[in-house]
Design a protein around this ligand. Structure first.
Ligand SMILES: [Zn+2]
Length: 214
């Protein structure tokens, strides 16, 4: 059942379980699977798309955003014992960051939106790029806005990212300044987050759940 880990590109904060489902982190999002006419789709039926509401950001809340993923909510309770809604996602590819869970079981997927919604309202941040340098280590590239104090911007940005991680149960993930501005890829594309290759991110943590992945 674990193959779902590797093929799922989820657009929401969710944690995988040993039964092979993704459990929503309910403090953070509400998902409403709907059909092509935006009518609710019951559990056990694949949706046409899904509406996402982000509860974490009260300054710029995201209300019923049409994500565009087909999802299927598991009917009944999941065998793993987690009472949170469990789902499978057939989504678009996006730059989701995947971290090993704090307890070492499974992983947590974090969409770029989670960081973007925080950094977009951090004063003085002109441009940012979050690079997953190791499974539990993020390196943050920042370009301060004109006239902004680079040190203050960096401090506020790292604090904001740390709060997002803590809210998702990822306090074991460290955040450090990259000391350089964001970069484009060779193809001229700019990515807000740059994940580790999936195989590396999902590798079990050899040093245990609190290993810093250095
Ligand atoms: Zn489960």
């Amino acid at each position: 059942m674990r193959e779902v880990y590797g093929c799922t590109e989820s657009s929401y904060a969710a944690a995988s379980c040993r039964e092979g489902w993704l459990h929503l982190i309910e403090d953070w999002v509400i998902l409403e699977p709907v059909d092509a006419h935006y009518a609710p789709v019951p559990p056990g039926v694949a949706s046409h798309t899904v509406l996402l509401t982000n509860l974490a950001n009260r300054v710029q809340p995201i209300i019923r955003y049409d994500v565009g993923d087909r999802v299927l909510i598991k009917p009944g309770h999941c065998g793993c014992g987690n009472p949170a809604p469990a789902l499978l996602v057939e989504g678009r590819t996006s730059d989701v960051l995947t971290f090993p869970a704090a307890d070492g079981n499974g992983h947590v997927d974090v969409p770029p939106l989670a960081f973007g919604s925080t950094l977009d309202r951090t004063p003085g941040v002109g441009l940012f790029q979050i690079v997953q340098a190791a499974p539990t280590r993020l390196s943050v590239r920042l370009l301060p806005a004109p006239g902004a104090d680079a040190g203050e911007v960096q401090e506020a940005a790292l604090k904001g990212i740390g709060e997002v991680l803590t809210g998702l149960g990822l306090a074991h993930v460290t955040v450090e300044p990259a000391g350089e501005p964001p970069r484009q890829t060779a193809g001229g594309k700019f990515r807000v987050v740059v994940p580790l290759p999936a195989a590396q991110a999902m590798r079990p943590n050899p040093g245990g759940p609190l290993d810093q992945g250095s």
